[in-house]
Design a protein around this ligand. Sequence first.
Ligand code: SF4
Length: 465
Amino acid sequence: MKTFAITTIGCKVNQYESQQIRELLEQLGLNQLETSQLDADLVVINTCCVTRTASAKSRQRIHRVRKSNPDSKIVVCGCLPAIKTGELTNPGKNVQLINHRETIAETLSQIVNGKADAFSSQNLQPKQDTTIKAENSSEIKLKNKLAKQPKLAQLTSFKGHTRAFLKIQDGCDGYCSYCIVPKTRPVISSKSPDAALREAQALADAGHKEIVLTGIFIGAYGQKSVRRKSWPGRQNDKLADLLDEMVKIPNLARIRVSSLEPADVTPRLLDSFAGSCKIMPHLHLSLQSGSNAVLKRMCRQYTADESKEKIELIKNRLDRPAITTDIIVGFPGETDADFEDTVELAKESGFAKMHVFSFSARPGTAAACLPEASPRGEQGTIDNEVIKNRSQILCELDKELGFEFRQQFVGESAEILVENSIGRRKGRSERYFMVELEKSDGNPRQGEVVKVKLIKNTVNGLIGR
Ligand code: SF4
């Protein structure tokens, strides 16, 4: 076995893990080929199943790779083979499924060294299990065993990318009612501060000017559970402590925190943000809804009022921060009044960017078991047309709010991290909006941080000089 290719579907954590897999396979002596090259000896498909669409996309990718690489060994890892909802049946003879991601380092080493009983049939059929249940003792034993498996090593570079993602936390036991992640990533772990700092240093040494701290629930960094009620004093300062150390890495220019919940935003954390210009003034809060009733049914660990308070706190402490968010529209039982609460929250907060998702029941989650709409529409599924309209309203609002947010910076300077792009050079500013450079602006190198004057606002971002 001499060559490999990797194809990735899904979130920043999956992208990080694909880079770890790349480094492992390179250390084992294999050379990476582009996925478009058809003759890799080994193809790794890192899958996602966060929604039904993501599962379907992952399955299509497996099918396509099998068709175009009939002689390759194919390893399917990531979230899809980790769940037992019967969505991945009989993927084919030359396909090895990794049901527990903690075993991937060991399994890949065995495959490359020709020792594997891999590609045997035992791993091909995940057992059917379509509901979320409380853990029993054998599941707990298995989790403990998996936690002791040899791990994929820390990264030394994030190949092909300007910004590097650095996973500092994994796993969730939050059981939000719409989310499958506690089933796909049940083992909760955090990188030690020393290991995270060593890795950040290595990534900076490899030339990455910006690191994005990534995880499934970063606010629970250093904790054994994501449930805040299990934390001493219900507060966790470990992320802030890590940030305070990471800013001391001399050749690292920027640190971004990928996603938080409102309750993770504490005065202590904001002290870290305010205390170093290396930490980008950008907080992504996954709010999902502005309605207390909906948040309760989603089993989120905060209320709409708490979201508002925390947004106020951020705005009072930082200079015109970018606050971005994710919103789900059409969650079962979402009334017009609930939706209005979300619209109001968005207007009050002035989000720099809203990612709007239309609710679609994910098999295997509690929300997929909610009853159909009652005659009065309570507690039940929402009509598709209603979801479409609500989504459109929020998407329009997102464009307006984003434009307004950017407008206040016209005439000022910003620093952008230059990205690889076809045509004009562009890059993300500190506050994450995209800045496209004027044509006449020479050719700053990809990966460089350059100072620009913001001269014009457009629907897609700012124009800089
Ligand atoms: S906190 Fe909730 S939404 Fe986030 S990964 Fe855990 S279960 Fe999913």
